[in-house]
Design a protein around this ligand. Sequence first.
Ligand code: ATP
Ligand code: MG
Ligand code: FE
Length: 355
Amino acid sequence: MIILGVESSCDETAISLVRDGHEVLANAISSQIKDHAAYGGVVPELAAREHLNNVRPTLNQALAQADLELEDIDGIAVTAQPGLLPALLVGAAFANGLALSLGKKVCGINHLAAHIYGGLIERQDILTKPEAFPLCALLISGGNTQLFIIKKSGDCELVGSTIDDAAGEAFDKAAKILGLPYPGGPIIDRLAKTGNPEKYKFPRSFLPKTRSYSEENKLNFSFSGVKTSLLNLVKKTWKDGHVPDEDLPDLLASYQDSIVDVLSTKMKMAAESYGARTLLLCGGVACNSAIRERVQKMAIRSGKELILTPPKYCTDNAAMIAGLGYHYLKNPEHVSDFVEASGRAPIIENLPVFT
Ligand code: ATP
Ligand code: MG
Ligand code: FE
């Protein structure tokens, strides 16, 4: 089955063609980063307008990449929730219209479940291996930070999440404070490489042995404090609020280290609490070289299998949508003729049963 995936939940217009949930025939992405950079973040109405401009050219690009015609596809999967509603509406309307005109089935996909699936596109062996479960997935993206335990195929439980900012926001807001371009993650990752992570001290919220820790927030996260702490440090240390270039690597390495420390420690705690056999790191922040390295070390030490999502499937893409869509569309009960978009989504409780 060849599924056409459509993603428009934020500032990437993405179209993919994926065969049988894993063979990625095309993965076209049109990013709007330049359009939103001046605002230091994504403007929903601007995003919607750009999706409208870009969706058809991106589809053409995907069809050309795969050397396929629209008639060759068997179904359409589209991000239905959660995300920026004006942006989601464009993708859903496009997918619905396409499905109607082609006489194909369509299904709505939860964007966060798709981020998890991003790690499984090239690891289909895991799906049918009962001994790989429970699987502990840490989703770290621009708008979410969530810990899931997937006990078995078809059964997913949210065991922790952020109570305020997402990990990606901690990067993006730090960049804004420091006058660095949006999105902050990639540039902070690069600049931090040459810095000393022990130069500055940043809080590690909700970690055991810190004042903020409690049993109740054992597997939860809070990243608004670390951002405020950066703002205060900058104001106190550099009088005009401008951090000189030579001080950025140490400052960013220390800041990044506090985020990485919290993320990897919580993932380890969740994996231990639930006896997870496999770890999966996904979402845009999973591109970060420091978190990848830290989680890799942790996995080796604890003897767990680790799935590090390939960077191209970490940030928003439609291969993860089409891939997960395949597992829904092959099951008639999930298929619909019309997908409704919604900005918010219920907590994910199940992924399809992968067979
Ligand atoms: P969500 O999936 O929660 O709706 P989103 O789709 O906007 O949010 P993604 O596309 O998954 O998020 O990821 C974008 C985020 O990833 C941004 O916050 C960006 O700064 C961050 N990011 C990308 N690359 C890196 C990196 N190398 N290091 C840290 N963060 C990164
Ligand atoms: Mg994005
Ligand atoms: Fe995303």
